[in-house]
Design a binder for this molecule. Sequence first.
Ligand SMILES: [Zn+2]
Length: 420
Amino acid sequence: MTTDSTLRFGAQTDEVTSLLRIVNLVRTGEATTRPEIGKVTGLGRGVVSQRVDQAIQIGFLGDGEFGASSGGRAPRTLRFRAEQGRIVICALGAAHMRVGVAALDGDILEHTHRTWDIAQGPEKTIDAVMSLIDDVLKKDPKVPVWGVAVGLPGPVDFASGQPVAPPIMPGWNAYDVRTPFEERFNAPVWVDNDSNLLALGERARRRDSLADLIYCKIGSGVGAGLLSKGRIHRGANGAAGDIGHVRVSDSDVQCRCGKTGCLEAVAGGWALVRDAEQAIHEGTNSSLGPLVKKGALSLEEITLAAQAGDALAIALIQKSARVAGETISALVNMFNPGVIVIGGAMGSAGEVFLAEVRQRVYELSLPLATRDLTITLSVNDEREPLRGGAELAREQLFDVTFPRWFAEGRPSPERAAVPA
Ligand SMILES: [Zn+2]
């Protein structure tokens, strides 16, 4: 009896393994016709045909166009049915939230956003996110959600999906972010730091699956997402890339994390606002004066003023760039990226910021580490974090969840959505 069921399970495993392989070959475009699949997998014609029929029957693959003929009858191409499932993405910032829905190929179908103070705590915030998700899913409520990606503006333990002592998110420490989404959608949920999402979005935009890239997000806070050969480097606990709280030289200003002399306490958006206010109170002439009086100064306003030639704004942004450049050069020496992307609100300062960072990095880094280095600004598109979230969910879904679903012998979206 035991032997019997073991054998049956073994046979089924072979079958689902080749089925998964075929679905993935078509999905990634490595092999899109039956003869190509045979060539790549080494499976016989009959087996390929049987597995492809199975994949079509359970809804993963569909028939596409006829491919190029090599003399005889042109083989029919197959396509992965990206429209059969949805990925929900929630990108939370300190002061706003964005929500989107993507097809399984990462194409963003719908998105929306609203201002929101993340300091309102996890329960209220997640309620607000859920109601935005309802809005974006309204258009086609029948398509099942296959995965959910959540980006948070603080350190996240990726394995548990819990924020860890996030400096600007009171009430979120060790909060179980994953469960409410799992319960709502009955689908796998991944929670990650927002800089990691941005780095993955950049990988997708560049179509560079093997990118060695650092995405530096410089907004109110400062963080970085590290890609090594296309994979996010999260470190042992998910803290990798949290450069905002690296100590910089010659500074003892108080940081909001409780330490002193952190990068973001000198170069982050809130630090620049603090310094601008102080300079203006001390009598410095600047176009930012009226905003300071109203108490409405923000990093965005400072970058706009710098673009318009305001001397104080330019000086503040250059100072931020010099200090950030110092920390980035340490990363360059250690990590040897091919590309550094500067994003976040500071990206709008453009060349004023970029030129100074470049100079600092080339000055302080090893020649070999900067030989082929590109330092560039992000594309400044509000959908960036959503694309990154879709990328995260796709990566996890196809690399981790898919094999499990297939191994459990339930490779159909409907059945897959039912918990084991
Ligand atoms: Zn700090």
